[in-house]
Design a binder for this molecule. Sequence first.
Ligand code: SAM
Length: 1014
Amino acid sequence: MADLTPNALHDTPALIEAVFPAQKVSFEAQRERKAGPAQTLTGLGSYWKGRKPLILVRAVLLGCLLPQTDNSEKDLEIFEKLMAFDDEGLARRALIQNTLKPKEIAARINLDTPWNFFSHNIKKDDPVFYDIEAQTFPMNCAEKGINIRWRRDISEQDKLLIYHKTLNTISSYTEKASHCKRPEEVDQTWLYKPVWPAVNSHYAHLGLEASSHQELIEKLGILRFGHRPQVGDTFCGGGSIPFEAARLGCDVYASDLNPIACMLTWSAINIIGADPEQGAEIEKSQREVAEIVDKEIIRLGIEHDKYGNRAKAYLYCLEARCPETGWMVPMAPSWVISKGRSVIAKLIPDYNHKRFDIKVLSGVSATEMIAAEQGTVKDGALVYELNGKTHFTPIKTLRGDYRDLSGNTYNQLRHWEKNDFKPRQDDIFQERLYAVQWITRETLDQGRKEYFFTEATPNVIEKENAINEIVKLNLNKWQVEGLVPDMAIEPGAKTDEPIRTRGWTHWHHLFTPRQLLLLAILQKAISRSDHPEFTFYKIANTVNWICKLCLWATSPARATGGPGDNSVHVFYNQALNTPMNYASRSWIDYMSVYNKSGISNSPVSQINFKIKTINAQNIDEDIDVYITDPPYADAVHYHEITEFFIAWLRKNPPPPFDKWTWDSRRALAIKGSGDDFRRGMVDAYSAMANHMPDNGIQCVMFTHQDTAVWSDMVGIFWAAGLQVMGAWYIATETTSELKKGGYVQGTVILVLRKRSEGEKSGFKQRILPAVRNEVKTQIEQMMHLNEEVEIKMGEPVFNDSDLQMAGYAAALKVLTAYTHVGGEDVTSFALRPRQRGETTVVDEIVQQAAEAANSLLVPEGLGADTWHSVSGIQRFYLRMMDMETTGASKLDNYQNFAKAFRVTDYTKVMGNMTANKARLKRISEFSSRDLTDITEFGNSWLGRVTIGLQQLLSETEPQIVISQLQADLPEFMEIRPVLIDLLEFIQNKAPETEVREVAEILANRLRNLRALGQ
Ligand SMILES: C[S@@+](CC[C@H](N)C(=O)[O-])C[C@H]1O[C@@H](n2cnc3c(N)ncnc32)[C@H](O)[C@@H]1O
């Protein structure tokens, strides 16, 4: 460290302000997402939605700390090495992944001495042996009838060499990386071993020498800020940002209003980030707790039958009295229990008692399965048959829904009281156990367990009754001790549902007596363990899986994920839906979760970590780098739904959690998208700007939804005293089926710095030319870098959407340098209530930027004049046609460009709107309705050309087609060069050969026209 000069990089711009491999980061971020439960932090609690991908955080953080030098190309190269995106990194990742088969490698690469690396199965005495021995790669093994495999004695270096060669035969990054492990899955020291000489040489002028990311980060911090960098996230949520920053070796400050978020973040760093020794201790502690609970459950005998089989799940349903017949009817949308084993519950009328017995039948016929699928709840009504007659009563009627004079809806359900733990006899909805899934006694200790189902036998009911007695006796005591919640459910957008549909008023009402007993035993065991902090987070996980809101999945259901014949966790979606029938996992089934803690393979090293449950605007620490992912617009209602967990955790939190505020403090949460949202955000970001050194940097991530969000967000940061320095677009996720649209969502990353002190006033007319210039300079610089990288690496760094985004950033950089525009100061601008459809100065500037960028980004092969003369929809079609030739197929790209070109309805020219298989309508696919004068596309020159091409495809004479064009387009002769250019473009880019051919014919004909009328 002797040669480092603290603060030598004090004012040096960060790499992310100039370059960022957004396409590669997008690909890697999506791969991380697709890893589902295998994502590093998911094991802490899959109930927390929307954790940001760790690879994205890593890229952003490195981008903030690495300096720009005078060689952007080299800067980028080094950055990619540090992310393991470079060829060596990819080769190492592919080696560990080990999915490239030797025969595939043999077919791909040139190799003179293959048998130095591979062995084959041809024996020496086989006549073809010597023939094979003399062969070189490429080789088609199948054709030759040989099997090859890696030689056993091959060195790692040689194997890597072959992987290098193989990956070099693949041109796109995405295809290469799909043969690789994700970087975080590979041993970090080994993965990055080769990068350090290049890194150290590139930064030698700074005296920087490192042999790990942690060392590099620490030194970069000293060079920039005089100390190890302090990274902060005031909206830490599930903890991705603090966790990755800590893994990289930064000091970390994390805070969130929500104690559940803080608990997850604490656990990310201390549990997932534990070193192996600590990890072993954590696992031991968790196992011990699980065993204590297990012993108690066995002692009570509540999960065993008299033959020694042990329950895996208990299935319950609601039951209500039919107002027509007076019968008690069990309620479930389906009576199928297992599709795989053809198990159903069958309702058998008991005329004496006007109720149904429920029998569980296994291995029934297909007809019986179909009958059982009907259930007794359909389209919001109780529906069942008795004596050949179908009875139908809407659930609303059962509940006794009514409206008051102001139109508010209420119902007759009794509101449960604090000491209730099951329905009272005269409650409208009763709860009934109808089936049990058992694990056979013989397979209880085996890895592969055998299951079967039974109805609720008298023996089981007896145990349920015994449990009821225990709960009745102890509930109050447990509540006082904090082993079971006593917290009321506060009404809200999501929390209303349990109250409205079941009359449940306290959080413990969402649990059966059996669940309450089990959870009380668990809570006690944790609080008495040596290290309750190691197992505390598991309580939240457990209540998420053992609750009356857990559906029973009869087959792998896409919406819920996971296998069939299993229960589904409460937060498979982001609501608190109350199902008619539900499943409760037994302890033996859940217990295995306590036997794995998910320790990461790259522990968090010795860093300083602070965590607080505070409002973001109350930050009181100085932070060098903020990376935040704030709540925005219609995001998850964390502040409400997590009360479900807070209710369980708030009374007995062990240290260090005991110092936290165990309350959701809904009123303080930033939410919605209106004026309160903006004010909350401005206050939070102003506080952060005030707690940041002048050379500090901020990166804010937010989901790109529409331009209104953009404009709001920019206004907020601007008002908080921050200036936009860069913007990148990362395609991170596909919204789930449950959300409308199924669109790909992208994350925008805005890079911000403190605006220089003092006032700066300007007028829109004066700012606009400066905006255009800045956009032009920025895009030209990036295009230049693109050319250089493409020559060297065969693939450009930036695609058109990166350039477009850079254009926005350049424009916003100019705008946000001002404190007043047109006499209005930015704070009042940001906080002023918005009119519907209002166009703000930010919107105008962004639009200007889009236009300036668009006029520079002429699709390859099209004349600039043509590009400048065609309308938005035509630009959209041409741009996307060009992008499709490079294999682009992501819907978000189409959405973004449609916005940039101000297309009214781009869906009209789309052939496929699937998130990852989007494409334009082909020329031949447009219907005549798409091409009438009244459509945006049909009324354009390109629309006319499309009609002409379709006519040629159906063998109309070219002369007739030309005459038609002349008749339709009064300015035909003047625009003839444009039409020719469009046709040449189609001739080169259209995916179908026939279209290319007719485009060539029509282009030639038009070129040969000499005078009007010919
Ligand atoms: C989008 S989430 C952050 C997700 C996180 N980056 C992750 O990877 O999981 C936003 C967070 O902001 C928190 N929040 C909302 N209002 C807040 C406020 N006023 N102060 C601090 N945190 C707040 C929410 O509790 C939520 O955890």
